[in-house]
Write a protein that binds this ligand. Structure first.
Ligand code: AP5
Ligand code: MG
Length: 266
């Protein structure tokens, strides 16, 4: 009789173990399984490559839409590590590395550098800082669907994708103005036009990719108003996935009115 109970116990344990492992390996849950509503995101990490407990936020938008400007504010308030794909590449160019030499002309032409290059730089920076930061704020990456797919597979899913929506004429005006002093080799009319083309052709589909992958993951924010006004909605969305929405009266009000603009391409 005792042996029978022992076998029964072992059998039950193995069944439970099987279900636990099956859930862990479900490819549909690669990275993180999220169900999201503004302020009520439930997040379950499954990908062992994802730095534990450190959220990833992507900030996407056209050239000059204000990615860097908004990231400065997020860093100020949440202390996440800001990784700008463009800045990482410009550093390589500045120090004349092999990667820099390979990418300099592509950047001057407003084209994308190969996915292996950006992914390598981002992953390296994430790895180096995984113990010293509370989260990762990645600006200008992914910029093409293949970049998003490989990141999803090898690193994981972001908790939030911020898409800064800005009319072309406004972005052009900002970049030309910045070009007067920035020293950036791509802040000139010729390259700006090419950057717009690349953005429309290759980067806009990334926004759609994440929206299809997980409705509610992307928030679309108009970046036409002054920077601090643009930031309000981003700030609330971050509080939302941190489960802190109700700690700020402005965000709590936004939450209850549910005025946040979720994308829908349907
Ligand atoms: P990257 O450096 O990312 O350039 P970008 O996407 O063209 O964007 P910018 O950095 O020019 O603008 P931003 O959106 O950050 O705006 P900012 O806050 O500065 O990439 C450069 C190149 O690197 C690419 O073209 C590509 O070649 C390569 N690359 C990068 N990532 C890659 C990837 N993942 N894969 C392959 N290749 C990659 O603001 C702009 C100006 O507007 C500022 O003067 C600011 O003060 C002003 N401003 C900002 N917000 C406002 C506002 N709300 N109202 C008024 N003015 C504002
Ligand atoms: Mg930038």
């Amino acid at each position: 009789m005792r042996i029978m109970y022992l076998f029964l116990g072992l059998y039950l344990l193995s069944v439970i173990g099987f279900f636990l492992i099956a859930d862990h390996q479900d490819p549909a849950h690669n990275g993180a399984r999220l169900t999201s509503q503004m302020g009520q995101r439930k997040v379950c990490h499954h990908n062992p490559n994802l730095p534990k407990g450190r959220p990833i936020i992507f900030v996407l938008g056209g050239p000059g839409s204000g990615k860097g400007t908004q990231c400065d504010r997020i860093v100020r308030d949440f202390g996440y590590l800001h990784l700008s794909a463009g800045d990482l590449l410009r550093d390589e160019v500045k120090y004349g590395t092999e990667i820099g030499q390979e990418c300099e002309q592509l950047m001057k032409d407003g084209k994308l550098v190969p996915v292996e290059v950006t992914l390598k730089l981002i992953k390296k920076a994430m790895k180096e800082n995984r113990n010293s930061t509370t989260g990762f704020l990645i600006d200008g990456f992914p910029r093409a669907v293949d970049q998003a797919e490989v990141f999803e597979k090898k690193v994981g899913r972001p908790k939030l994708v911020v898409f800064l929506d800005c009319p072309r004429e406004e972005m052009e005006k900002r970049l030309l103005k910045r070009g007067e002093t920035s020293g950036r080799s791509d802040d000139n009319m010729d390259t700006i036009l090419k950057r717009f083309d690349t953005f429309l052709l290759e980067s806009m589909p990334v926004v759609k990719y994440y929206d299809n992958l997980q409705p509610g993951l992307v928030i679309k924010v108009s970046s036409v108003p002054p920077p601090d006004d643009v930031y309000k909605e981003i700030y609330c969305a971050i509080l939302g996935f941190r489960g802190e929405m109700d700690t700020d009266p402005m965000c709590a009000a936004l939450h209850h009115s549910d005025s946040c603009d979720r994308l829908s391409f349907a």
